[in-house]
Design a protein around this ligand. Structure first.
Ligand code: ZN
Length: 159
């Protein structure tokens, strides 16, 4: 495993749409491992492949100690409700903003073995899934946020 460099918002790569993963190979698994390590090192709760310069549709999310979610070619198949809360991004270091997201999502994709998986998320987990999914379409939370401002403490959760 290796740490990867996290691109920041001025990088054009982050504005591009990622392509699907065509085959889940050892190389893909190795990138997922690096992404998880990089996310943990940066104290983030999510990281999408384009944030480390790889325009493929996959991301990792971990909002608590229990479960590392790895999703390849994810699709949000259901969403419900509304939450309005503070959000940050590892590609926009130091800043937070207020973003509307669905309160609940159901998401499908492939796991690291290429097997179909489906997860449900509420609250912060749902927010992280939607934030990371947006990265795959070249969308940063700053395009959706109100009141973007510099965070006073370094304790914000960033994705
Ligand atoms: Zn982000």
């Amino acid at each position: 495993m290796a740490l990867r460099k996290i691109l920041t918002e001025e990088d054009e790569t982050l504005k591009k749409k990622s392509r699907p993963v065509t085959e889940v190979t050892d190389r893909i698994r190795s990138i997922l491992d690096d992404m998880a390590e990089t996310m943990h090192e940066a104290n983030g709760v999510g990281l999408a492949a384009p944030q480390v310069g790889i325009l493929r549709r996959m991301f990792v999310v971990q909002v608590d100690e229990d479960h590392l979610y790895e999703l390849i070619n994810p699709e949000i198949v259901e969403s419900d409700g509304d939450q309005y809360g503070e959000e940050g991004c590892l590609s926009v270091p130091g800043y937070v903003g207020m973003v509307h997201r669905a309160e609940y999502v159901r998401i499908k994709g492939l796991d690291r073995n290429g097997q179909p998986v489906e997860y449900e998320g509420e609250g912060l987990l749902a927010r992280a899934f939607q934030h990371e999914y947006d990265h795959l379409d070249g969308i940063l939370y700053t395009q959706k946020a109100d009141d973007i401002h510099f965070a006073e403490s370094g304790e914000e959760e960033e994705e």
